[in-house]
Design a protein around this ligand. Structure first.
Ligand code: C2E
Ligand code: MG
Ligand code: MG
Length: 627
């Protein structure tokens, strides 16, 4: 597999070292040149002064061609070691005297240019401001050179010492840079948690297959409810689980199958080659099968499942981004269909996804646009038929989409945080309605509202409900919260403590759709609940197999001191069964459909004894089994 290589930074480090040495050399050369100019200026300035002194004292000797007198003016130069030679001549360059006198060739040989180790300076010999001759001194520059050499040697030693001191530091730094480079190269293509290839490598793999025109199949895998593991065991526990998952999947891989961790709890498997592609569904199933044994994390045995989506290139997608997006769509479809399963991408899934996005966007505006409404479905006493309360059910009428059922929009709202806003609107509206009916003299009607999973996790929920109750003046006993069993099972600790807080405040709690989840007795005892709502499927299976289940649920509820509502009662037969079986409340189309507030008030609240046809006398006439 091709892995993109990073350009090693070590070569540029070497270049930097050479560059620094060259800069140092250049700086040294410039420094030495400046020093050389300085020293030379210093030496010649001294000699110049010397020449002026001699010129001023030899004017008469030069004027009169007095060689003896001129020699005497030059004689003090013997005590100036820097002056090698001197010559005095008139304006016509006729030498008059020289120093030392013994120069070979006499004074005439002295004006010649000298080598690198000496320099000439001169001064005019003036008599009453008129030049009568010139004095020239040849200075010995070997001492200046020696000074310069000393400086150069000191500079070199200082540079070498600095380099010797800096070298180990540079070496250590270079090693660190090497280490960081290796780490970067690793991180660029590997995931540090699972040690599998990462998303970069995944993209590179897809790209290289595409470039070779190779067909491929992609399995996108996502752990189910991974967030709960993370919340429960912390990120360390979550990482440990991901590592083990990666190992388990890797153990199932054959040739031409490449595994990647894309991030979070998302893994991807790329299959190339005709055989592997033909077996993609079996491969996905066998990977999910690998999750059947529990994972051991932090001393806990965890049952973990995953959902997988399959997409193929070029069959399902023209572009690579579409391939991954389609596998994702299929994977979310597997999640929605109950998790722990494989779904294969089909174009209709993309269309459904787009429709969901459209609904989600429209739903975001629904509250502000006043498109939401609550309808109220009566709940009556099974013995007397009297109204005991109502379930508030959300209705959405969109100007173009028409009436959208809650079974369509609630799951979409639950995918994001929209459900929190929606749920709060429902609670506030229900309380507002209770207060409004009370204000109309229709009494305090108890309303049940449905809470979804995310709402029970919203730590601000109890505070919000308190505020609404305070603001509307509705007594807490008038508000009932319905949660499904799965809500309590999946997020036990937080949900239970939140709901217990609300119940302590005086709210009623009911378990909705009871019987479809775990229904464990031990579990029921732990929960802060008042009521069970038998799932419609069991109620509607009466007469028939639903009877035994309903009887068992009623017995269990009685043992735990819980009241029971049979919901979805559609026939007189079902009503009679539940009355006789000792169920406390009934709800369903047979009793009454969910109605808008105005209709509900006129049909139910103005008949406190029960709706016509379900009036108290007719119910009382029905025989009841002893309780
Ligand atoms: P649910 O809470 O179990 O509500 C009962 C559903 O059964 C309602 O459907 C109701 O109209 C319907 N129903 C009542 N009696 C009968 C009957 O005799 N026969 C049949 N076949 N159906 C009956 P609806 O209003 O479509 O609501 C469906 C689900 O949507 C609700 O199930 C609830 O889970 C959810 N939902 C509705 N409103 C809200 C809400 O405000 N918040 C949340 N989170 N969920 C809501
Ligand atoms: Mg409900
Ligand atoms: Mg229900």
């Amino acid at each position: 597999m091709s892995i993109l290589a990073l350009r090693p930074a070590s070569s540029s480090l070497r270049m930097n070292t050479i560059g620094a040495a060259l800069v140092l050399l250049l700086a040294g050369t410039v420094l030495m040149l400046i020093q050389w100019v300085d020293i030379r200026r210093e030496y010649t300035a001294d000699a110049q002064a010397q020449a002026r002194v001699i010129a001023s004292s030899s004017a008469a000797a030069v004027m009169f061609g007095d060689a003896e007198g001129a020699r005497e003016t030059l004689a003090p130069l013997a005590s100036v070691p820097a002056v090698r030679r001197a010559i005095l001549h008139d304006n016509d360059s006729n030498p008059i005297a020289s120093y030392p006198e013994s120069v070979a060739g006499g004074p005439a040989a002295m004006g010649s240019p000298c080598g690198f180790d000496c320099a000439w300076v001169s001064a005019p010999v003036l008599l009453r401001d008129r030049q009568v001759g010139v004095v020239q001194l040849q200075i010995d520059m070997t001492r200046a050179h020696a000074r310069l050499l000393g400086l150069g040697i000191a500079f070199c030693i200082a540079s070498l010492v600095a380099y010797a001191l800096a070298y180990p530091l540079m070496k250590r730094m270079r090693e660190r840079v090497h280490g960081a480079e290796a780490q970067l190269r690793y991180l660029a293509h590997y995931d540090p948690v699972t040690r599998l290839h990462n998303r970069n490598a995944f993209n590179a793999q897809l790209e290289s297959c595409r470039a070779r025109g190779e067909r491929m199949a992609l399995i996108q895998l996502d752990l189910d409810r991974f967030k709960e593991v993370n919340d429960k065991l912390g990120h360390q526990g979550g990482d440990e689980l991901l590592l083990q998952v990666g190992r388990r999947i890797s153990g199932a891989l054959g040739s031409e199958q490449y595994l990647f961790r894309l991030g979070g709890d998302e893994f991807a498997l790329v299959l190339v080659g005709a055989d592997a592609i033909a077996r993609v569904h079996d491969t996905a199933e066998s990977i999910l099968g690998r999750f059947s044994a529990p994972f051991l994390v932090g001393g806990l045995s965890l049952g973990v499942t995953a959902s997988a989506g399959i997409s193929r290139w070029p069959d399902d997608a023209e572009r690579l981004e579409e391939l991954a997006a389609n596998a994702d769509i299929a994977m979310y479809c597997a999640k929605r269909e109950g998790r722990n399963r494989v779904a294969v991408f089909e174009p209709r899934l993309r269309e459904a996804q787009l429709a969901r996005i459209g609904i989600r966007d429209a739903l975001g505006q629904a509250i502000a646009a006043g498109q939401l409404e609550l309808h109220y479905q009566p709940q009556v006493c099974a013995r007397t038929g009297r109204l005991q309360g109502a379930e508030a059910l959300l209705r959405w009428t969109h100007p173009e989409l028409g009436t959208v059922p809650p079974s369509t929009f609630i799951p979409i709202a639950e995918e994001g945080s929209l459900i929190i806003e929606l749920g709060r609107w429902v609670i506030a509206e229900a309380c507002r309605q209770i207060a409004a009916w009370h204000g109309q003299g229709l009494g305090h009607v108890r309303l049940a509202v449905n809470l979804s999973m995310r709402q029970t996790r919203d730590e601000a929920l109890p505070g919000f409900i308190d505020e609404v109750l305070d603001a509307t003046g509705v007594p807490a006993r008038c508000l009932e919260l319905e949660v499904t069993e799965s809500v309590l099972m999946e997020d036990t600790d937080l949900a239970v403590s939140q709901l217990a807080r609300l119940r302590a405040r005086g709210l009623q709690l009911a378990i909705d759709d009871f019987g479809t989840g775990y229904s464990s007795m031990a579990y029921l005892r732990r929960l802060p609940i008042d009521k069970l709502k038998i799932d419609m499927a069991f109620v509607q299976a009466v007469p028939g197999e639903g009877e035994a289940i309903a009887t068992a649920i009623l017995a269990m509820a009685r043992a735990f001191g819980l009241s029971v509502v049979a919901e979805g009662v559609e026939t007189a037969e079902q009503r009679d069964f539940f009355r006789h079986a000792g169920c406390q409340q009934l709800q369903g189309y047979f009793i009454g459909r969910a109605l808008p507030a105005g209709t509900f008030a006129s049909e139910w609240l103005e008949y406190p004894a029960g709706k016509e046809g379900l009036s108290v006398p007719s119910w009382d006439a029905l025989p009841l089994a002893p309780r």
